[in-house]
Design a protein around this ligand. Structure first.
Ligand code: HQG
Length: 181
């Protein structure tokens, strides 16, 4: 059905705009942008044709607003979640005092030892609300939610950025700032 197709296209876009642009012969610019014309041509030449109208629908209706056009509508990028190195050009901002991270029990020993690390991604992903963290953790099993003392981190000089779709990003979270909830 249509919803499943939107999800399928969103996953394909996540793959090429966050992780493996080379699989369809694309290169992202340093800020993660790619020309929409190039994206559509690359998808078509790799057997995954997508119309501009359908792309518009995916961008507009995506549950997490994962993708954004630039001001001209000629370029597109993923709002967050990259594994390829990109500089999104987001300004460092003061975070809310508390942020949350959703994970699972099996990662806790390592996390409490070495803190939250970005792993394959460029940054650690945090949310302002607990419910989102529960959802994020649930992707991997029974969710465990960690509270991040963002106020103390900011006071200690850690930088925070917020993506266009409201995900809070930071390079790492030392274990001292984490509490299991
Ligand atoms: C864990 C999805 C061991 C971390 C979601 C997580 C999010 C450690 C996993 C976004 C660790 C990395 C990101 C350490 C962290 N030792 N494990 N020191 N530090 N971990 O997918 O936050 O749908 O890269 O807890 O909704 O789960 O794709 O990060 O379990 O917003 O748009 O290592 O991805 O968004 O996993 O998810 P991920 P995440 P999208």
């Amino acid at each position: 059905n249509d919803r499943n197709d939107l999800v399928r296209v969103s996953k394909r876009l996540s793959l090429v705009l966050r992780h493996r642009p080379e699989t369809i012969g694309l290169t992202l610019d340093p800020a993660g942008w790619v020309a929409v014309d190039d994206l559509l041509a690359a998808l078509a030449s790799h057997g995954r044709p997508l119309s501009r109208e359908r792309l518009d629908e995916v961008v507009a209706n995506n549950d997490k607003r994962r993708f954004a056009y630039d001001g001209t509508g000629r370029r597109i990028r993923a709002n967050q979640g990259h594994t390829v190195p990109v500089d999104l050009g987001l300004a460092a901002v003061t975070p809310p005092p508390t942020l949350f991270h959703g994970t699972v029990e099996r990662f806790l020993p390592a996390i409490l030892r070495e803190g939250l690390r970005p792993m394959r991604r460029q940054e650690v992903h945090l949310s302002t609300d607990r419910a989102t963290a529960v959802q994020v953790g649930r992707r991997r099993g029974e969710p465990v939610v960690l509270r991040v003392d963002a106020a103390a981190m900011a006071a200690a000089g850690h930088e925070f950025r917020v993506s266009a779709n409201g995900v809070w990003l930071t390079r790492s979270v030392p274990a001292a700032y984490l509490t299991r909830t």
